[in-house]
Write a protein that binds this ligand. Structure first.
Ligand code: DON
Length: 424
């Protein structure tokens, strides 16, 4: 298995090795000094296993790939309402360095363009830029699972050449859109853009987002699932700037690019992907990075809107251990649609049994709406003059209330014994 995946990745890199379109970013002079042929790909599984191909250990600066992570950090620190009051979530349809602000509120359109990212930087808490940068670096490092280094040359180069971003910061300040001094917000922004990663770091950071904020390498919960959901949403609609629509259609993964040549892509619940190739197109996206993501998505079926039969797979097995008793075994990660399927199947077929035993002992996770639906199944069956019992040894479905004492059991055998008692 492992060798086959490795061959896939090597093959995808080889397929695009000859592509030389695009150019090094040179508006930050130091970025034009890197080897243009660098080409690396890393894929992290949701349990933290990393496959690497090509130049997966070459370090490059994050640039705009920093933006979703600082957005997640401020969501984490301030809460969504405070952040929403400062930064929008609408695609701008414009380039990353345009002053895309809402006509009425003067709020930046989204946190993935420079204007939104500078506002996000102005919201990072701390007494000084150093303090704030420590927080940012610590957060990114926690997502990557190692301490990230800083590229002082790139930082100085962007500081010296950053009139456009300085202009944006001062304009935002004149709108009252910043939460801090414009020079400080800009300085933090340039510092975060100068943090160094490899494609493997990006894959690991992506897998932390794929796991709802849990770094699968370190086991640390870096942020919570609601923050990640919001961050990934904005990556879907705005992560690739004015190429976002084409990206979602063809690749179908929340992603973020940087003019350093990196792209991070996330397949929620499944994978984190990091690609590096520093020749970029006129939208600021790595040319080969985009091609690699497209091939990966198409060859391995990674589009996040690929419709699976997950809801139908919620029921693992149905059997009648004795006349009048039917067992429904439910497994996996259960969301609303899966639970609805289970509840509807049991009530639809109730003419075929007196007692239904719902065995949820193999459930991995269950969402609250799904849990409530299954917890109410006994009542639904009772209304149809049937019994509904639950095998729920870890209490993942049944509320810990006395009302459920006679309905919940540790094993199918215990439930069968109770079903027999109830019949006699
Ligand atoms: O602000 C800038 O121009 C750079 N530090 C980052 C821009 C960037 O990476 C755009 N993305 N592809």
């Amino acid at each position: 298995m492992t060798a086959l995946v490795q061959r896939y990745l090597d093959g995808i890199l080889a397929e695009h090795a000859g592509v030389s379109q695009g150019a090094l970013a040179n508006y930050i002079p130091e970025l034009a000094c890197v080897d243009p042929t660098g080409f690396g790909l890393s894929v992290s599984s949701s349990d933290g296993y990393v496959y690497e191909s090509g130049d997966a250990d070459v370090q490059f600066t994050m640039q705009s790939i920093s933006k979703p992570f600082t957005y997640a950090l401020v969501l984490n620190q301030l809460g969504q309402d405070d952040v929403d009051a400062r930064i929008g979530v609408e695609p701008s349809g414009e380039g990353f360095n345009k002053i895309s602000v809402d006509q009425v509120t003067n709020m930046p359109k989204n946190p993935m363009i420079n204007a939104g990212a500078i506002v996000a930087c102005s919201l990072v808490p701390g007494r000084s830029v150093d303090d704030r940068f420590d927080l940012v670096r610590e957060f990114y490092s926690a997502c990557a699972g190692r301490s990230l280094d800083f590229d002082d040359d790139v930082y100085r180069s962007e500081r010296a050449s950053g009139s456009r971003n300085r202009g944006i910061a001062y304009l935002l300040d004149s709108f009252g859109a910043l939460g801090a001094d414009p020079d400080d917000a800009l300085d933090l922004y340039i510092r975060q853009c100068s943090l160094k990663v490899t494609s493997t770091d990006l894959a690991r950071m992506g897998s932390t987002l794929a796991r709802g904020g849990l770094n699968p390498l370190t086991g640390r919960q870096v942020t919570d699932a609601a923050v990640v959901r919001r961050t990934l949403s904005v990556m879907v609609t705005c992560g690739m700037y004015d190429a976002a629509g084409e990206w979602v259609s063809a690749v179908g993964m929340p992603a973020k690019s940087g003019v350093g040549g990196g792209i991070v892509a996330v397949l929620p619940g499944q994978l984190g992907i990091g690609v590096y190739s520093p020749r970029i197109d006129d939208k600021g996206n790595s040319v080969r990075g985009m091609l690699v993501c497209r091939s990966l998505s198409q060859q391995l079926g990674l589009h996040f809107l690929t419709v699976s039969s997950e809801a139908h797979a919620a029921i693992r097995g149905v059997y009648n251990p004795r006349p009048g008793v039917r067992v429904y075994e439910v497994h996996g990660d259960l969301l609303f649609a899966g639970a609805e399927q289970v509840a509807r199947t049991a009530t639809r077929d109730c003419a075929e049994f007196d007692t239904a035993i719902l065995d949820v002992s193999r459930l991995h996770t269950i969402s609250e709406p799904a849990r409530a639906l299954l917890a109410g199944l006994s009542d639904d069956l009772q209304a149809l003059n049937k019994r509904g019992l639950l095998v729920d040894p870890s209490g993942s479905v049944a509320p810990a209330t006395a009302a459920y004492d006679d309905l919940v059991f540790a094993t199918v055998e215990d439930a069968l014994t109770a079903a027999g008692d109830q019949r006699s």
